[in-house]
Design a protein around this ligand. Structure first.
Ligand code: FES
Ligand code: FES
Length: 161
């Protein structure tokens, strides 16, 4: 029986077992390859998506566990003001090197600013600590998040929510 999952605002039917990790369903069943496979063991953060706005490791989230939850992936990041602000800040700070980890970094950063629009430096470090970057772009990632936090975009989004 197909598993129904709401992804980026659309209910998708995935013809796969309930225990299939969401990452596999996104990439292999739905062809949504923006979300990356890194470790497959919830250790690197490359596969981060949101379920109801909360950062989740899709490699260790079975599709059958999502239920009514709403999944957001990197493909939909630019649909919100906050997501666009983060994308712009990433470009402005020239964050990326190889880019492989960056979808996960952006999804974790968005989830942080959604729940805490004005994070301290320590809170940014804590929220991003599970996202590994082999190119060590950590300083620029932090600068980009700080830039968006200071712009007030996330705060504005929260006030309108
Ligand atoms: S691929 Fe999911 S945390 Fe590494
Ligand atoms: S930019 Fe290369 S792994 Fe992060």
């Amino acid at each position: 029986m197909a598993v129904k999952v709401k992804i980026n605002g659309e209910v998708r039917e995935i013809d796969a077992p309930e225990e299939m990790p969401l990452l596999w369903a996104l990439r292999q069943e739905l062809g949504m390859v923006g979300t990356k496979f890194g470790c497959g063991k919830a250790l690197c953060g490359a596969c981060t998506v949101h379920v109801d706005g909360v950062a989740m490791r899709s490699c260790s989230t079975p599709i059958g566990s999502i239920g009514e939850g709403e999944v957001t992936t990197i493909e939909a990041l630019g649909q919100t003001e906050l997501g666009r602000a983060l994308q712009d800040a990433w470009l402005e700070e020239d964050v990326m090197q190889c880019g492989y980890c960056q979808a996960g970094q952006l999804m974790s950063a968005t989830a942080l600013l959604l729940r805490n629009p004005e994070p301290s430096a320590r809170q940014i470090d804590a929220a991003m600590s599970g996202n590994i970057c082999r190119c060590a772009c950590y300083t620029r990632i932090k600068s980009a998040i700080t830039q968006v936090a200071e712009s007030g975009v996330a705060k504005k989004g929260k006030a309108n929510a």
